[in-house]
Write a protein that binds this ligand. Structure first.
Ligand code: CTP
Length: 407
């Protein structure tokens, strides 16, 4: 299982005019291989070197080159495009484009986007070696650096114009490596995270079951956020109708006992276990092999207790870092602290259920408690909340587990 280094990162690739523009086509492919979503903006000059159709086919998205394309503006305005971007990379960047960026011009779509975006901007220069060495270009590049624009390259070598010197576009591999390195390490890089999510169903007979109102959204959002933070994620999912987050390995189960077996098998080589599943505490003592018929009398179901999966993982010899959830209608903090201790957890994420929060909705708020501290995460979209939760888990994990440095 590998987790792509630019998983779901929105990359806006600006292609400048220059013979190296053809290399940007390969860059699009490799960015996508690394997990990124790519949108391409070309300068007017770039379109003279490579056709927009090439970039459109490779990126899977429409390519833009003008501020005045009404249909494209209607689909996604340049402001939205600037906001969409997590990263802007300009490759190749010509001397003219660098000059315009250095001076804050906004006469075309690409330079306008660079002024509008809040995303980090990387520039990969490619030009004749004399142009690169010229004090005007060097001064412009220096200006960009001072503004925290990352300047990637250029490399030295033989040039398309027949000369030799500094001014070649970095190789595509080097551009990607530079981009990944510039983004910095992610909080769960190198860690294996196990997540349980969703409800469990306990069968009464072949057509009826006992379940609960968990949608699985929170657990799935946690799995997605952990993958995005660099972890190798395994997700044990109860019966839910949600699609598997990118880069996540999913195992579907139905009953609490099936979930227990899957979790116990996977917990042995997990660094962190986040138990977000709403495991049914009870199941019918027997499951009828055929459909139960009405008898005209009251029907009593004998329920017996299910295994407590999280508590069982907590009792293993070397448990992973354990995060439990507590959904409570009342006395939230009191019950959550009790579960933290009883189940030997490293952290518990407690949420109030009822009203417009908790089950079956897109928003939630969480009270995080660990031994020695607590933090309230305010009501937010479950995906946003999951990202905050994962960051706190990573911090607590690093604070409590010794760092193993391999030789
Ligand atoms: N959990 C579990 N297996 C169970 C029940 C719960 O792994 N059979 C996990 C849940 O995934 C959650 C945490 O334990 O992370 C809290 O579960 P909860 O059922 O709320 O706590 P209980 O200890 O069962 O307490 P109560 O039902 O009395 O609230």
């Amino acid at each position: 299982m590998s987790n792509a280094s630019l998983d779901r990162v929105h990359v806006l690739l600006g292609v400048g005019g220059g013979i190296a523009a053809y290399k940007a086509a390969e860059l699009v492919r490799r960015l996508r291989d690394a997990g990124a979503e790519v949108r391409v903006v070309m300068t007017e000059n770039a379109t003279r070197f490579v056709g927009a159709v090439t970039f459109q086919a490779l990126s899977g998205n429409p390519v833009r080159s003008s501020l005045w394309d009404e249909s494209a503006e209607a689909a996604m305005s340049h402001i939205e495009l600037a906001r969409w971007a997590d990263e802007v990379i300009i490759a190749p960047a010509s001397a003219d484009l660098i000059a315009r960026l250095a001076h804050g011009f906004a006469g075309d779509l690409l330079s306008t986007l660079v002024l509008t975006t809040a995303a980090p901007v990387s520039v990969a220069p490619a030009m004749n070696q004399q142009m690169w060495a010229h004090p005007a270009t060097q001064a412009n590049v220096e200006r960009l650096r001072q503004r925290k624009v990352r300047v990637l390259g250029p490399a030295a070598g033989s040039q398309a114009c027949g000369e030799t010197g500094e001014g070649r576009l970095l190789e595509v591999d080097e551009l990607i490596a530079a981009l990944v390195a510039a983004r910095g390490p992610r909080s769960l890089d190198g860690l294996r995270v196990l997540v349980s999510a969703g409800p469990t169903y306990e069968d009464i007979d072949p057509v009826r079951f006992i379940g609960n109102r968990s949608s699985g959204k929170m657990g799935f959002a946690v799995a997605a956020a952990a993958a995005q933070a660099g972890a190798e994620v395994r997700l044990i999912a109860g019966p839910v109708s949600l699609s598997t987050p990118a880069g996540v390995e999913r195992i579907d189960v139905r009953s609490a006992r099936q979930m227990r077996d899957a979790v116990i098998a996977a917990a042995a080589d997990a660094d962190i276990f986040i138990s977000a599943a709403a495991v049914g505490d009870y199941r019918p003592e027997t499951t009828a092999p055929t459909k139960l018929k009405k008898s005209g009398k009251a029907l009593a179901l004998e329920l017996i207790q299910n295994p407590d999966i999280l508590a069982e993982v907590g009792q293993s010899a070397q448990p992973p870092f354990l995060v439990g959830f507590a959904a409570e209608t009342n006395d939230l903090e009191h019950y959550a602290r009790g579960k933290l201790e009883r189940k030997r957890l490293d952290m518990i994420a407690a949420n109030q259920v009822g009203e417009a929060q908790g089950f079956e909705c897109g928003e939630n708020a969480l009270l995080l408690i660990w031994s020695g501290g607590s933090e309230q995460l305010a009501l937010a979209d479950k995906r946003v909340l999951a990202q905050s939760l994962v960051e706190r888990i990573a911090e607590r994990y690093r604070a409590t587990r010794p760092v193993v440095v391999s030789a």
